[in-house]
Design a protein. Structure first.
Length: 507
């Protein structure tokens, strides 16, 4: 748990926060002006089932990072496959299989089938689901349909017979854009998006709140190694994207790795273990609330400097180690707070998820749950001797349940900053279990209880629900307070509070 620190008096007296009828999540202390006996807690998801295991020859090394896209009446999963013997790209073999983007589809998010597209001859056969060979990266679904294309792909490119050399295209040269009308047939867009080498699962999306494109990219911070940089821009096709000038005199891991030419927003922090860096970003603007950004970076603890004195193989291979998935939260996508605990932790030794975890981008809302998909490729050198041991698993999270404000059996309470809302009802996403309860009092801007909405008149909320209606002795109607500056005082015992929302209901 993390203690919910009280903000300054100045914050408590600021202008009302206009929450309207939008859902408000307790991912941080932004909605807490005063508190007693409560703490913020990160809540790991439930590991459900394996939905995709390595089965085909092109998946014999591993299956890895995925992207979930809604396509008409079904879900599409783009995932990376690597055959045995093709983990590292050999530039002398321009037609080597290397990394491949494959496609699987599902009607329910539970059962996934590989979609045979018959586009490319891989290992002597076109009977496969490869939609983009010899590249890696992430999908962008563009609501603006730039250049008339709804689907874009931010790609780490290699000079091959599929992606012809042009515009200086070569291995480790930078990031490029692919585009598609249907999500299956892809062509390369002319020009270079960025001149830096960024392997990893770089991502780009259109942020409807900012009305800008935002990219989260692999950077290398001296002394902290793998980090995450953030870039925003107005035009997807105005290439190259904006960045500080490249200085060839600066020491870099490789000839053109990104350092800080694009602002760094996530990196190793004090308290992280030695030899740890952030392998991926996996950022999501949360669809259920308009001011919540969630990131699920893979934390990579390196074995390079270990000497296990014969106990195991740690320290005997370069670029080797273990990875789990963390949770970082933000209100603007720029300033992030990362929880120290694992959001998705390793499984027991010998299980498919015992070494390396990478969260895929994209979420599925299913009833009161959010589904995510996590890859376990087990592809670091120490762990990839047999190959084909990983897979992609489904994770189930309570809707809005990533972080909560928790009170124990002794009880606790919080008071919000001044709010202004629209609606006539208040709902809580709260888990009180069997032993817990919660009560809500409404205060004026100065902190005085409003008649009819005092703590003494509050009817308790109990049990476990994602949209529990709040009542007082005279009923749930809040219409007389709509548009007025108010505060909420929420008192709890043995409860986890995730979110609140004012709504309009017809009596």
């Amino acid at each position: 748990m993390m203690q919910a620190n009280s903000p300054s008096v100045a914050h408590c007296k600021s202008e009302p926060i206009d929450v309207g009828s939008r859902k408000q999540l307790f991912i941080d202390t932004a909605l807490i002006a005063r508190q007693e006996g409560i703490a913020l807690a990160m809540n790991p998801p439930r590991k459900a089932e394996w939905v995709l295991l390595p089965e085909t020859p092109i998946e014999s090394q591993c299956v890895s990072c995925s992207r979930i896209v809604r396509m008409r009446d079904e879900w599409w999963m783009y995932y990376t496959a690597i055959p045995l013997g093709n983990f590292d790209y050999d530039p002398a073999k321009k037609d080597g299989s290397g990394y491949m983007i494959c496609l699987a589809t599902s009607g329910d998010g539970l059962t996934w089938k590989r979609k045979n597209v018959n586009l490319f001859t891989i290992q002597g056969s076109r009977d496969n689901n490869v939609v983009m060979p010899q590249t890696s990266g992430n999908i962008l679904c563009d609501p603006n349909r730039s250049d008339g294309y709804p689907f874009w792909f931010l790609a780490n490119m290699k000079e091959t017979s599929v992606w012809k050399e042009a515009d200086g295209l070569q291995f480790h040269s930078g990031l490029y854009l692919l585009k598609s009308k249907d999500g299956i047939h892809w062509i390369r867009h002319p020009g270079q998006a960025l001149p830096f080498y960024m392997d990893s699962n770089n991502e780009c999306f259109y942020d409807s709140r900012l009305r800008k494109y935002v990219a989260y990219l692999r950077s290398w911070v001296p002394g902290k190694n793998r980090s995450v940089s953030r870039l925003e821009f107005d035009d997807l096709l105005k290439l190259p994207w904006p960045h500080a000038p490249f200085d060839p005199q600066r020491k870099r891991l490789m000839i053109n790795t990104l350092i800080d030419e694009i602002p760094v927003v996530m990196t190793a922090e004090p308290g992280d273990p030695p030899g740890m860096d952030l392998y991926t970003a996996c950022v999501h603007p949360y669809a259920e609330a308009d001011d919540v950004y969630l990131a699920f970076p893979s934390r990579y603890r390196h074995y390079d400097s270990y000497n296990s004195h014969g106990r195991d193989l740690r320290g005997q291979h370069e670029n080797d180690g273990v990875l789990d998935v963390a949770l970082a939260v933000s209100r603007d996508g720029v300033h992030w707070s990362r929880f120290p605990q694992a959001y998705v932790g390793l499984g027991l030794l010998g299980q498919r998820d015992d070494a390396n975890l990478y969260m895929g981008t994209g979420m599925i809302r299913h009833g009161d749950e959010i589904w995510q998909y996590c890859a376990t490729p087990n592809r670091r050198a120490y762990l990839r001797q047999e190959g084909g041991v990983g897979g992609i698993m489904r994770l189930a999270q309570r809707v809005d349940g990533f972080v909560s404000v928790d009170a124990g059996p002794e009880g606790g309470e919080l008071v919000t900053p001044v709010l202004r809302f629209d609606g006539n009802r208040l709902r809580l996403n709260i888990d009180c279990g069997a032993m817990g309860e919660a009560w809500v009092e409404i205060l004026d801007a100065a902190g005085a209880p409003l008649p009819g909405f005092t703590m003494a008149e509050s009817v308790s909320v109990d049990r476990n629900g994602t949209a529990q209606e709040v009542w007082w002795q005279k009923g749930p109607d809040l219409a007389p307070l709509s548009g007025q500056p108010i505060r909420l005082r929420i008192k709890m015992r043995s409860a986890k509070l995730y979110a609140f929302q004012f709504v309009s209901l017809v009596p």
